[in-house]
Design a protein around this ligand. Structure first.
Ligand SMILES: Cc1cc2nc3c(=O)[nH]c(=O)nc-3n(C[C@H](O)[C@H](O)[C@H](O)COP(=O)(O)O)c2cc1C
Length: 174
């Protein structure tokens, strides 16, 4: 599968089989995060890999009762160990860095025949307690991973004509 295929085939998978992810596949997914770009190449990330059933069951309660987290073979909690680098436009880079890494992981998972889902709905305090994440660390997102039980159809996207302009903000894309 090439990158274009992975981009178009990826879905948010919220239902998983009990088939375990092979260790070499999980390694490739984590390598995808490691190889992703980050602001000033600071790599201010830490990825907490959760595979134990009882921890995943507790994750459900820290994540807005997303029951499928207990079904997923693996849940990766994507954390920023530093959050003080700010771009000239005033935006902090840590969420961007982790979002890029999470995206790379999801695309790598797709190529390997695995499903994934981004989880942004979590209670950070509960999560930190459960996973023993220090107070000063920021949790950006979680990514569930596993063999899909059900792959949803593609969800709607706006057409390029609605989201792209040419040369300036006003010039429509034909
Ligand atoms: C920043 C962000 C936060 C998200 N949070 C959640 C979430 O908490 N729970 C969930 O089930 N999906 C979550 N998603 C997945 C989106 O709902 C999903 O990507 C979107 O509906 C498009 O569907 P698709 O991924 O299948 O193309 C999140 C995605 C992003 C990028």
């Amino acid at each position: 599968m090439n990158v274009s295929e992975a981009i178009s085939k990826r879905r948010s998978v919220r239902s998983y089989t009990s088939t375990p992810i092979e260790p070499e596949k999980l390694e490739l997914i984590l390598q995808a995060a490691r190889l992703s770009p980050s602001a000033r190449n600071q790599q201010i990330w830490k990825f907490v890999v959760v595979r134990k059933s009882d921890t995943k069951e507790n994750l459900v309660h820290a994540c807005d009762e997303h029951a499928f987290l207990a079904e997923a073979d693996t849940v990766v909690c994507c954390c920023a160990v530093k959050s003080d680098l700010v771009l000239p436009n005033g935006e902090a880079t840590h969420t961007m860095d982790l979002a890029v890494a999470a995206s790379f992981m999801m695309l790598q998972a797709t190529e390997l025949g695995l499903g994934s889902c981004w989880i942004g709905a979590f209670n950070e305090a509960k999560l930190k307690k459960l996973l023993r994440i220090p107070e000063e660390i920021k949790v950006v997102c979680l990514i569930s991973l596993g063999y899909p039980h059900f792959v949803p159809p593609a969800s709607d996207r706006k057409p390029l004509s609605e989201i792209v302009t040419i040369e300036n903000f006003a010039q429509p894309h034909q």
